[in-house]
Design a protein around this ligand. Structure first.
Ligand SMILES: Nc1ncnc2c1ncn2[C@@H]1O[C@H](COP(=O)(O)OP(=O)(O)OP(=O)(O)O)[C@@H](O)[C@H]1O
Ligand SMILES: [Mg+2]
Length: 238
């Protein structure tokens, strides 16, 4: 097993809040890895440290054997990392396809912006402004933008946001397909447990900035610390 990404003993504080407290985890090449935990656990902060938006107070982030903390934020995409944002970060006045072109310009991927829009099922709105489209559609545009940069590692922050029950089920199949079709390694933050547990090869659990569990979905679901901190009894595996 080779880790494409390793987060090693990372700590990040905001004033008195320790958003990440000596957190380590590995994302092996070709896997889908779930990162879960209650609100405020530090999941998005972990994404922000990996993508170099936030500098950690301690620890290292290693991509493909090289220290990512020496890579400036604007070069992270060129190292092969792309992400989506929990709250969506698009240019509302730009057309859908121009938003995707931003990703393609950052690093040329294997497919054109229109091809990735077709892939995510949004070719029909390519020339409309992003503003005013439903939240679930905006999340898919962000995904298209991320794919357009031809990443090796894709970070998805709550991709099921704004989706209904059936769409969440469909998303699970879609993310697995993405891994195959784009030869990706995926780090997935999600609160929909059926989705995370259904598609992840392994899962790491954060609570108040600390890693409290790691393992296969089945192992994590029956871990008493995870049940107490996050899942509750109704989600626990029998
Ligand atoms: N830029 C910031 N400034 C101050 N505090 C921050 C900042 N970013 C995160 N935090 C704090 O760090 C902690 C972790 O936040 P984070 O957004 O990483 O949680 P999360 O696990 O993504 O939660 P959620 O599931 O609600 O998205 C929280 O206490 C949050 O308030
Ligand atoms: Mg978050």
């Amino acid at each position: 097993m080779t880790a494409l990404l390793s987060v090693e003993h990372v700590t990040r504080r905001f004033g008195g809040v320790v958003a990440l407290d000596d957190v380590s985890f590995e994302v092996p090449t070709g896997e889908i890895v779930g990162l879960i935990g209650p609100n405020g656990a530090g999941k998005t902060t972990a994404f922000n440290v990996i993508t170099r938006l936030y500098r950690p107070d301690a620890g290292r982030v290693v991509l493909d054997g090289r220290n990512l903390l020496r890579t400036p934020a604007h070069r992270v995409v060129r190292r092969g990392i792309a992400r989506t944002f929990q709250n969506v970060a698009l240019w509302p006045s730009l057309t859908v396809i121009d938003n995707v072109r931003v990703g393609a310009a950052a690093r040329s991927g294997g497919r054109t912006p229109l091809e990735v829009l077709e892939y995510v099922g949004l070719a029909g709105v390519a020339y409309r402004p992003a503003a005013g489209l439903p939240f679930g559609t905006l999340k898919r545009i962000e995904l298209a933008r991320a794919l357009a940069s031809g990443p090796r590692l894709l970070l998805l922050d709550e991709p099921a946001g704004g989706l209904n029950h059936e769409e969440v089920e469909e998303l699970g199949r879609f993310v697995r397909g993405l891994r195959e079709d784009f030869e990706l390694t995926i780090l997935l933050v999600e609160h929909h447990m059926n989705l995370v547990m259904g598609i992840s090869d392994r899962v790491f659990v954060l609570n108040f900035g600390r890693r409290i569990a790691a393992g296969t979905p089945a192992e994590v679901q029956r871990d008493p610390a995870v049940i107490e901190a996050y899942l509750g009894d109704e989600h626990a595996a029998a």
